[in-house]
Design a protein around this ligand. Structure first.
Ligand SMILES: *[C@@H]1O[C@H](CO)[C@@H](O)[C@H](O)[C@H]1NC(C)=O
Ligand SMILES: *[C@@H]1O[C@H](CO)[C@@H](O)[C@H](O)[C@H]1NC(C)=O
Ligand SMILES: *[C@@H]1O[C@H](CO)[C@@H](O)[C@H](O)[C@H]1NC(C)=O
Ligand SMILES: *[C@@H]1O[C@H](CO)[C@@H](O)[C@H](O)[C@H]1NC(C)=O
Ligand SMILES: *[C@@H]1O[C@H](CO)[C@@H](O)[C@H](O)[C@H]1NC(C)=O
Length: 146
């Protein structure tokens, strides 16, 4: 499994070994320190990621998928963090990209029925719930790497 040798994951492993605790994660946002962007996958409105488990002995990279419609809305052409926002009904051509954080960019309908491009920093919305990507009270599922 070549992803075990990925440098990003190696950095996370070191952080974990130094006593970084997943349970201390903010309940809204903050996932970028706990989930690896390598392998992040946006399929329709589902985001797939590798996130850390609490228990070191089960620190194998289970993958998680979360339905971003639970997390993101379209406020008149601007992507916003919003519970059950269902952005995908009024936004299209969505992509994810990362530098220090993970960002969702879409083309969304505004009040004048035009499509405008909008970007949302998902670190303000998604958190790591013991290996599941989550937002608000919604937890993504856990599965093995795709
Ligand atoms: C992500 O969010 C957490 C919690 O709010 C914050 O501590 C951290 O600095 C953020 N990281 C980035 C890269 O924005
Ligand atoms: C993203 O996940 C979907 C569904 O599992 C898969 O079909 C697709 O190949 C993946 N894309 C990438 C770039 O890994
Ligand atoms: C996550 O990984 C651990 C360790 O291999 C395994 O015991 C557990 O069943 C996995 N969870 C899921 C939902 O796949
Ligand atoms: C979505 O992307 C396609 C292909 O790049 C493009 O033709 C179309 O105009 C885009 N639609 C919007 C609303 O941005
Ligand atoms: C997790 O959710 C994704 C996206 O809905 C789905 O494709 C996958 O089958 C689910 N996996 C499990 C183990 O529930």
């Amino acid at each position: 499994m070549s992803f075990r040798r990925n440098p990003i994951i190696a950095v996370i492993l070191v952080a974990f070994a130094l006593g970084f605790t997943v349970s201390g994660a903010d309940q809204r946002g903050g996932f970028v320190d706990l989930c690896a962007f390598t392998g992040a996958n946006l399929t329709d409105h589902f985001l797939g990621l590798y996130c850390l488990n609490d228990a070191t002995e089960v620190f194998s990279y289970n993958y998680t998928w979360i339905n971003l419609d639970y997390c993101v809305g379209n406020n008149a052409g601007t992507l916003v963090s919003y519970e059950n926002g269902a952005y995908s009904g009024t936004c299209t051509n969505c992509t994810i990209a990362h530098d220090a954080t993970l960002e969702l960019t879409c083309s969304c309908w505004d009040m004048d029925n035009h499509h405008v491009t909008s970007t949302l920093d998902l670190n303000g919305t998604i958190y790591d719930a013991d290996g599941s990507a989550a937002c608000y009270a919604h937890k993504g599922n856990k599965t093995w790497e795709p």
